[in-house]
Design a protein around this ligand. Structure first.
Ligand SMILES: C[S@@+](CC[C@H](N)C(=O)[O-])C[C@H]1O[C@@H](n2cnc3c(N)ncnc32)[C@H](O)[C@@H]1O
Length: 386
């Protein structure tokens, strides 16, 4: 099942339709005759279903964790293996069988489990090692912080209680990993401006309005760090293990191309690093130790706004000049979730103007995911074809 969507989005230049024109700030958008974004949810074993897919341009997924939950009765269900190694092998098999664009990224949220004696099985890192042995580079390692305790004892975020004695509450974080198959990490397609965070004294320019992307991003801002505080939140979906929508947004915006040209090349944001006034009192600084009293660390910090530099520091911000060629006969990039569950990745992909393919073993979840994609398209105010 596949349906068309046209998404309204605001750019600096006002409201545009996905596919309407090339926006010089937000998404790269091809001209008339464009193909709209689509979705498809396939019911089946991901190991087989991925073999029949078209080329996809990004994967964002949260596979079933090892030995934690049962989603149904099928023997093909991943996570029910007796040992960790076959579980890890099944994940690597699924991910490496996907026909993936050579510059695409794979994001995986994976959790750990404790063995009989209470020790952690270290599953996330056994999985990353297996992916690297299969030829991938581990490009990013994100900590999804659910609850963080500060020095003064206050906690940011909510924490599920865990009544085990003699150790810390282990529910404070989970991990997200990004893998690429390029020769170098920097060869993979990325748009870091799309996920940049506000920078002092630089006017905010959101990548997409908050109705389409709840994470606050600022195109001329700073690259975000790799610890993301995202509350679990409430879900309306009838499913265990739904991940929060805002966890997925940055992954898609940063690494899944919004547009793919007919020759499979990917439009790139053209960015110039421009000096700007940081608003810390002195415009361009000036952090040379020789310029301030060598023993006066305080004065140097105040002047240059940094306490680690011994070099001249001039603040720069990324300014978008436009996009490389954007062919109107291309198509929106396709985001895949091979363990789609209720389709959180699908909802986010469509809101961000990408197409979506989801796979789940159980029809019950496929139906929820389809319904969710359909609702998203209605939310985007589109005319659904009959
Ligand atoms: C952790 S859940 C994904 C939840 C999803 N991220 C969401 O937000 O709803 C993992 C899903 O993988 C599915 N699954 C398990 N084994 C599978 C297999 N062999 N092929 C495809 N899907 C499978 C389960 O049915 C379950 O819905």
């Amino acid at each position: 099942m596949s349906k068309a969507v046209e998404t309204k989005q605001e750019t600096n230049e006002g409201v545009r339709l996905h596919g309407g024109a090339v926006s010089n700030q937000g998404l790269p958008i091809a001209g008339g005759g464009r193909k709209p974004a689509t979705y498809e949810v396939i019911c089946g074993d991901a190991r087989e279903a991925v073999l029949a897919l078209p080329e996809v341009h990004g994967i964002v997924t949260s596979p079933p964790y090892f030995g934690k939950r049962t989603y149904g009765q099928s023997e093909a269900e991943v996570g029910q293996e007796a040992e960790v190694d076959p579980y890890v092998d099944a994940l690597v098999e699924v991910l490496s069988s996907v026909p993936l664009h050579p510059r695409a990224s794979i994001w995986v949220n994976i959790g750990d489990k404790r063995g009989d004696k209470g020790g952690l099985l270290d599953i996330p890192h056994r999985f990353t090692r297996a992916m690297c042995q299969a030829g991938y580079l581990l490009a990013d390692h994100v900590i999804w912080a659910k609850a963080v305790v500060l020095q003064d004892g206050t906690t940011v975020g909510g924490l599920m209680p865990e009544p085990a004695p003699g150790r810390l509450n282990g529910n404070g974080f989970e991990e997200m990993f990004r893998f690429v198959r390029t020769r170098k990490v920097s060869d993979a397609w990325t748009d870091t401006c799309a996920v940049a965070i506000p920078r002092s004294n630089v006017e905010d320019m959101r990548y997409l309005p908050k109705e389409l992307m709840s994470c606050h991003t600022s195109l001329e801002g700073r690259r975000p760090p790799n610890v993301w505080q995202v509350p679990m939140g409430q879900t309306r979906q009838n499913h265990f293990g739904v991940f929060p929508a805002s966890l997925v947004e940055r992954c898609i915006a940063m690494t899944c191309p919004a547009w793919v040209n007919a020759d499979a090349s990917l439009p790139e944001r053209i960015v110039e690093m421009v000096p700007y006034v940081e608003g810390r009192g002195t415009d361009r600084y000036l952090g040379k130790r020789s310029l301030v009293a060598a023993d006066d660390e305080g004065e140097m910090r105040e002047m240059c706004g940094r306490n680690d530099t011994g070099q001249t520091y001039v603040p720069h911000k990324p300014v978008t000049l436009g996009w490389t060629d954007c062919d109107p006969t291309g198509q929106p990039g396709i985001v895949l979730d091979p363990f789609a569950g209720t389709g959180t990745t699908g909802e986010d992909a469509l809101k961000l103007g990408r197409s979506f393919i989801g796979i789940d073993l159980y029809d019950e979840y496929c139906q929820i995911a389809r319904r969710r994609c359909e609702e998203t398209m209605r939310f985007l105010d589109v005319d659904l074809p009959p």
